[in-house]
Ligand binder design. Structure first.
Ligand SMILES: Nc1nc2c(ncn2[C@@H]2O[C@H](COP(=O)(O)OP(=O)(O)OP(=O)(O)O)[C@@H](O)[C@H]2O)c(=O)[nH]1
Ligand SMILES: [Mg+2]
Length: 277
């Protein structure tokens, strides 16, 4: 039996949370097309006959640390590096970017083996484009292995799982075999609602809830929607996801509160649940 922790690390939007959910066959961690969807570390625990692999989903590492929120997210991601048995560093098959360079810097002083996961290969028209990307990646870091996958279609995930499992030390179960995450249902429920909001709101809104008072009024209107329609839709979609995840009926009520400048104020973080680091 092997058991241990694998961190999923990389720039925003490369598909870390999608991979976690796909590996576990359950939606533990929320996903969206917008960068910076994940704001908290989330464990996804996979137990088989031969291994317990504990995946640590992390916020994407952002190359600008101007905002308090970005600094928080980067800290939350980087802080796992020293505490895991191996790291799955993820990039998109579309190519190596300067944001990947920036994220990779977080691994400079790390001793754990790093596997490069090239995600979204389903978006590559010509698979030959992978070879130059792999060559380029080899020049960037001494990766112990390089595995191209698609978290969306599931392509090559078994290969990835066995590569990662081999990097775990021998040991007994760390969590009970039926536990799939370390997060409470309360946390998961809040995240599901945030996912629906993130997916529905205009581009800047999920992050820019701090900018100006005028915007706040506008935002409140937009979130609720005409005659409360949007909030109702978000509530309904969230409730369905929760019923699937918790395997029972859920009664969900949602409403909107406005708090000024919270995401630029490090002190208000803790009171809003940003207390990972
Ligand atoms: N085509 C394609 N899209 C993918 C794949 N994996 C993820 N995506 C999409 O990429 C977007 C980002 O996925 P997430 O899983 O939220 O990305 P993330 O790395 O967790 O992002 P952050 O939490 O913001 O750091 C979503 O729209 C996913 O559906 C893939 O294998 N192929
Ligand atoms: Mg994520």
């Amino acid at each position: 039996m092997r058991s241990g922790y694998i961190a999923l690390l990389g720039q925003p939007n490369v598909g870390k949370s999608t991979l976690l959910n796909r590996l576990l066959g359950q939606k533990i961690s929320i996903t969206s097309r917008r960068p910076q969807t994940t704001r908290h570390r989330v464990l996804g625990i996979q137990t088989t006959d031969s291994a317990q692999t504990i995946f640590v989903d992390t916020p994407g590492i952002h190359d600008s640390e101007e905002k308090a929120m970005n600094r928080y997210l980067n800290r939350a991601a980087r802080s796992v590096v020293g505490d895991v048995n191996a790291i799955a560093f993820m990039i998109s098959a579309r190519g190596w970017t300067k944001e990947d360079d920036y994220s990779l810097k977080s691994l400079e002083h790390n001793d754990a083996p790093v596997v490069l996961v090239i995600n979204k290969v389903d978006q590559l028209g010509d698979k030959h484009h992978l070879l130059p990307l792999i060559d380029m990646a080899r020049s960037k870091h001494d990766f112990i292995d390089i595995v191209p996958i698609s978290a969306r279609t599931g392509a090559n995930l078994e290969a990835l799982e066995s590569v990662l499992q081999r990097l775990l030390p021998e040991g007994d179960l760390i969590f009970p075999e039926d536990q799939i995450t370390d997060r409470s249902e309360r946390f998961l429920a809040a995240e599901i609602i945030r996912e629906k909001l993130t997916r529905r709101l205009a581009k800047e809104l999920p992050y820019a809830l701090t900018v100006e008072i005028e915007l706040f009024k506008g935002q409140k209107g937009i979130v609720i929607g005409e005659k409360g329609k949007l909030l109702k839709t978000i509530g309904e979609q969230s409730r369905l996801d929760m019923e699937k995840l918790f395997d029972r009926k859920v009664f969900l009520q949602t409403w909107v509160k406005v708090r000024k400048s919270w995401s630029d104020d490090e002190r208000s973080f803790a009171s809003l649940g940003f207390d990972d680091v």
